[in-house]
Design a protein around this ligand. Structure first.
Ligand SMILES: Nc1nc2c(ncn2[C@@H]2O[C@H](COP(=O)(O)OP(=O)(O)OP(=O)(O)O)[C@@H](O)[C@H]2O)c(=O)[nH]1
Ligand SMILES: [Mg+2]
Length: 321
């Protein structure tokens, strides 16, 4: 495990990191991911240099072809001479640090190209929460000068909704043969899609998925007036990738024209600031109470010797001091 070390060490990272040094980048990401000492100083120093990257989130069910698509998109952006950072987040996996086989294989393929940096993250309940850690890692990549950041995450629950909220552009990947599953896909996922991809369109049923998406779209129009395009792909053959890249460009143009990127970012920060504040306050309260005392207080409440309302008020008042 890398440790960030002293404040002085961290300051010495800023320059190489901003110059795009990959080793420093890897170290900085580890420090942030592991919450090694000095992680917050690092982010404080890097934050002013972030905000330039285009962040694209890709989510969808397990095995939908997310990694394959990310891979093609990365190559596409490299051809345009843009540098790419890839964060593969698996909220369902208990493993962390490149334990995802498919991503390892790709990592080797791209090894010779420092213009593509890939990082895998996992472990639900990671320090500070997976969504927050992903956000912080994205900030590091952004500050290091990556032009495009692709965040891949498995679509299963709230965590990845939070994760894709980080993105400027969210791509939801569906596949044929999900039956009525499109209907049961969480409403949240439908709402966050800026672009739909029907991957594995070489299989039967792609048209049906398209019809289902259109039906759902007609029920709930987006408040910003954007109708998410539907792109059919066969990622394993690279088919439709150019169309997807064009759809991304189309949405980028729309964001710019309507000045929506900032608005989205404000909404995102509104939520993140509350979460960060909640975490900080809770941490302070825990530190003040001390470990054993929570159990003792819980026992007193359980035995009805104390009421929890007054107790929480008192603790909150102390934290605010
Ligand atoms: N037939 C077909 N197979 C595909 C297509 N795209 C990807 N695959 C295959 O589907 C499998 C899963 O692809 P991945 O890219 O790893 O999917 P993923 O969504 O990243 O998977 P997880 O990260 O494990 O959720 C691989 O064997 C791919 O080769 C496609 O368009 N058609
Ligand atoms: Mg994958």
């Amino acid at each position: 495990m890398d440790t960030a070390g002293s404040h002085h060490d961290i300051q010495s990272w800023i320059k190489p990191l901003r110059a795009g040094d990959v080793r420093t980048l890897a170290r900085a990401i580890s420090a942030v991911e592991n919450r090694s000492s000095g992680w917050s100083d690092l982010l404080k120093a890097l934050f002013p240099h972030s905000g330039k990257a285009r962040v694209i989130g890709l989510t969808g069910p397990p095995g939908a072809g997310k990694s394959t698509l990310v891979d093609h998109l990365a190559r596409h952006y490299r051809k345009e001479n843009r540098t790419v950072g890839i964060v593969a987040v698996d909220p369902t996996s208990p493993y962390t640090g490149g334990a995802i086989l498919g991503d390892r294989i790709r990592m080797q393929e791209h090894f010779s190209d420092p213009g593509i940096y890939i990082r895998s993250m996992a472990t639900r309940g990671s320090l500070g929460g997976l969504a927050r850690t992903t956000a912080d890692v994205t900030t590091v990549l952004d500050a290091s000068g990556r032009d495009v950041i692709l965040i891949e995450t498995v679509g299963v629950g709230q965590d990845e909704v939070d994760i894709v909220r980080l993105a400027d552009i969210t791509i939801v990947i569906l596949v044929p043969g999900m039956g009525d599953d499109v209907q049961s896909i969480k409403a949240g996922i439908m709402e966050i899609a800026d672009i739909f991809v029907i991957n594995k369109s070489d299989r039967d049923g792609a048209e049906r998925v398209e019809r289902e998406i259109r039906a759902l779209q007609s029920l709930a129009l987006r408040h910003d007036g954007w109708t998410p395009p539907i792109v059919k792909t066969v990622a394993s053959e690279g088919t439709g990738v150019a169309e997807l890249a064009a759809a991304i460009e189309g949405y980028e143009a729309y964001l710019q024209k309507e000045n929506l990127a900032l608005k989205k970012s404000v909404e995102n920060w509104q939520q993140r600031l509350v979460e960060m504040l909640r975490d900080a306050m809770l941490e302070k309260a825990r530190a003040q109470l001390g470990d054993g005392n929570v159990a003792r207080l819980a026992a007193e409440v359980a035995e009805h010797k104390r009421d929890p309302y007054t107790l929480v008020e008192e603790i909150a008042a102390n934290v605010a001091k």
